[in-house]
Design a protein around this ligand. Structure first.
Ligand SMILES: *Cc1c(COP(=O)(O)O)cnc(C)c1O
Length: 342
């Protein structure tokens, strides 16, 4: 019987607070709005929201109405902005829950606080021109397409936004995401909407420490079994890893159903603190690592944390850290989730 948790996520609330403080310093007077859509990028929306608000964030941003209602149940007084579309059926619930909505398609809802969204180059949601604000309108916003990689286009979007909102000084203007807050002072306006950096993940895919950010999530498991492969023997489905010499492997009881994706073969994790390579096909509930010697069953494994970065896993999987984080399965039944005040 295992003494360890099969899949355990630990959220460091202190790290979230310190990241929020770092972003507030970078925002230089603009408000910080914490983006906690998709269950707080897989980290736990309610816990992250509370920590961010404690550190000085003044609003929460989500994508959907159910996400907002979930937050409202835990946070009676927080400002909550739903950035994605809300159906007519959901509008009544949004009013009752005192949510704020975004008008991005020409229809401006009534009886609820509204932010007008203009398209300055994202080419997705957003109006091409700002309609005359109704009395429900409290903000005007846009979204950047490539603040992490394209300074010239970002500056163009900032200039378009500045021009389009020039006469609307009484409204709250907000444009910047994490990458923009960290790189473009002129993008900050009245409020900044930060997601990824709040979690201590770099929007640039590089080491978050370079931005003064601390990863907030640890993911741990254990080696359930060590096994020696003789030359010609393999581990896992499809026999994708065949030993060419006697090889010790460790079996870790976590797989793609937990968010350790099949395209993360080849990434590193820590076994008792030492970096080990993941080999073979990742199963739904298990993966294998190469060891230099057998280890005791129950030897701790760190899949994320202690220097193993989500950014690294993303590079191996040829995707962005956002997608890895959002795909982590922290639901009960698959994982234990704890929050600590670090
Ligand atoms: C997700 C999102 C953000 C946050 O972006 P990060 O890169 O995670 O900081 C900001 N604004 C909008 C409209 C978003 O959808």
């Amino acid at each position: 019987m295992a003494r360890m948790e099969r899949s355990c996520f630990t959220l460091d609330l202190g790290a979230v607070r310190r990241n929020a403080e770092t972003l507030l310093r970078a925002a230089e007077g603009a408000e910080l709005w914490a983006v906690v859509k998709a269950e707080g990028y897989g980290h736990g929306a309610v816990d992250v929201s509370k920590a961010a608000l404690e550190a000085g964030a003044t609003a929460l941003c989500v994508a959907t109405l159910p996400e907002a209602l979930h937050l409202r149940a835990a946070l009676r007084n927080a400002r909550i902005l739903v950035m994605g579309p809300v159906s007519e059926r959901e509008l009544g619930e949004a009013r009752i829950a005192r949510l704020e909505l975004v008008a991005a398609d020409g229809q401006v809802p009534e009886g609820v606080r509204v932010h007008l969204k203009i398209d300055t180059g994202m080419g997705r949601w957003g109006l091409s021109e700002i309609p005359a604000p109704t009395r429900d309108v409290v903000g005007v916003m846009s979204h950047l397409a490539s603040a992490e990689s394209d300074p010239a286009f970002t500056q163009l979007q900032v200039a378009r936004f500045r021009e389009a909102t020039a006469g609307l000084g009484s409204l709250t203007r907000h444009l910047a995401n994490s990458a923009a807050v960290l790189r473009f002072a002129e993008s900050r306006f009245d409020a900044v909407r930060c997601g990824i950096a709040l979690y201590g993940i770099s929007p640039f895919g590089t080491d978050p420490a370079d931005e003064g950010l601390e990863p907030a999530l640890r993911w741990e498991s254990y080696v359930a079994l060590s096994k020696r492969l003789e030359p010609g023997e393999s581990t896992g489905y499809g026999r994708r890893h065949v030993a060419d010499r006697p090889t010790w492997i460790g079996v870790v009881p976590v797989g793609y159903a937990d968010g350790f994706r099949r395209d993360m073969t080849g990434t590193d994790l820590l076994v008792a603190g030492a970096r080990r390579r993941v080999v073979g096909t990742i199963s739904m509930d298990a993966l294998a690592v190469v060891l230099d010697a057998p280890v005791e069953p129950g030897t701790p494994v760190t899949l994320v944390g202690d220097g193993v970065l989500i950014e690294e896993h993303a590079r191996v999987a040829d995707t962005i850290a956002y997608e890895i984080a959002v795909g982590l399965n922290t639901r009960s039944g698959r994982a234990r989730r704890v929050a600590v005040d670090g």
